[in-house]
Design a protein around this ligand. Sequence first.
Ligand SMILES: *[C@@H]1O[C@H](CO)[C@@H](O)[C@H](O)[C@H]1NC(C)=O
Ligand SMILES: *[C@@H]1O[C@H](CO)[C@@H](O)[C@H](O)[C@H]1NC(C)=O
Ligand SMILES: *[C@@H]1O[C@H](CO)[C@@H](O)[C@H](O)[C@H]1NC(C)=O
Ligand SMILES: *[C@@H]1O[C@H](CO)[C@@H](O)[C@H](O)[C@H]1NC(C)=O
Ligand SMILES: *[C@@H]1O[C@H](CO)[C@@H](O)[C@H](O)[C@H]1NC(C)=O
Length: 434
Amino acid sequence: MGMLTNFTPLFLIFLMFLHIRSFQTKVTVGYNTRYIHRDSKLSPLYNPSLTKSQRSKNAIARSHARYSHIKAVHSLAASASNNVNTTTETDPNGGDYLMLVSLGSQKVPLWMIADTGSVLGWTTCNINRAGFYNPKSSTSYSNVACSSTSQCINSGGYKCKKSLCNFDITYGDNSETGGVLGVDTLYFPTTSNGTASLPSFVFGCSSYYYGFDVSSPTGLIGLGYDPVSLPNQLGVSTFSYCLPGSDVNTSYGSINFGSTGVVTGSNVYKAKLFTSSSDIFYFMNLTGITVNGVIYNTNYAASPGNTIIDSGTTLTYLPSTTLAAAVNSALEKSINCTRAVSYENTNGLAPCYQASSCFVVPPIVAHFQGTDIPLTQSNAFLEVDTNVYCSAFTNDGGNDVGIWGNIAQSDFKVGYDITNQVINFKRTQCAASS
Ligand SMILES: *[C@@H]1O[C@H](CO)[C@@H](O)[C@H](O)[C@H]1NC(C)=O
Ligand SMILES: *[C@@H]1O[C@H](CO)[C@@H](O)[C@H](O)[C@H]1NC(C)=O
Ligand SMILES: *[C@@H]1O[C@H](CO)[C@@H](O)[C@H](O)[C@H]1NC(C)=O
Ligand SMILES: *[C@@H]1O[C@H](CO)[C@@H](O)[C@H](O)[C@H]1NC(C)=O
Ligand SMILES: *[C@@H]1O[C@H](CO)[C@@H](O)[C@H](O)[C@H]1NC(C)=O
């Protein structure tokens, strides 16, 4: 199934045509809502017929496809910083985590894929079934009119048709969705059973889909660095999430915006955050990784940083081939058990081990500009089958931008502080259930 994306090159146009209107809301209270893995039983994307090993194969494939996509978007942004006419690159795979929101006057609950590698949100608007959002039933819905701006004309995916602003997203796997841009109230459940709201949330109101499974209500919420992404529409410069890992059960993590999104206290690791006005991603600068007391440095430097932090990518892509090889070889030398070679052959990750008393992962520390973060076994290894674990550190064969994926971030509260250009990591047990 094709899943969701971003609108990379459009931030300038968006900034102008949406005026300040949509982005003026200042949030003084915090928001807090559930953030779940797509393979959780709570997720509309949950497929009960898959085995653990099929799910992990899918996750690895999604991760690699997303990495290629992110590299393409990043290099376009890097080479076309002032060109708003760049072709929109899209992601056939979408992210791994979904967020619970409600939309419109009827407060239709929707689990939307929410990730830091996307920016424009969308949901289905023409499916007349219980549980789906329908703009005709929402008294708070309105279309974004072309007349509200002179910029809504033939600009990279947005077209003025019958005085309405239309969008169309074609994905890398040829799936496609489109419709008109609309405005409605977005509601967030809060932890204390309250509701917070964003009165004029701008989103894509989709009326056609090719290659999408729209059998259950879903859509996209963008968290990337861009005016149209949710944090900016909320008017907040802080948000955080806590990822519980990919257990297929009823546990969930959380995502927080505004004051509840601030991660403070003792034992907070503060990595320097790098952003660029021409790029939708959040970057850190990885300087090395220590395995079992030995540090492996990388001097691969890239602008604005050498590693993207992304909630929607599963694996950890190190920015240099030599670093990935050194880390995996150090893991192999420190773990004194027989390798699960058949899994290495099928998954392309290595080393892999069957869980047993000898499977003890040595201390691992990730060194970023600003901080050194100790990692646990579950930050470093992906469970690819019941009790079989493979290193989640990889590299696709070149020195290129890296991605700090969601396995490496699990069981940390990860707080983005855009004003202060810091990403705060605080070790936290993220899984909750009720
Ligand atoms: C955008 O790019 C297309 C294709 O290269 C070109 O035909 C068009 O004139 C460009 N539009 C603007 C506004 O630069
Ligand atoms: C929220 O509401 C539900 C149903 O009314 C109730 O069972 C639950 O205890 C409430 N939780 C809190 C934290 O107030
Ligand atoms: C989720 O399920 C896994 C096994 O599939 C179990 O180890 C874990 O404890 C469960 N988590 C919760 C919060 O129930
Ligand atoms: C990232 O770290 C490397 C190695 O320490 C350094 O050479 C480079 O200048 C840093 N990059 C930025 C953007 O600060
Ligand atoms: C590895 O395990 C084997 C069998 O348990 C043991 O004989 C050997 O000494 C161990 N090697 C190291 C380096 O710990």
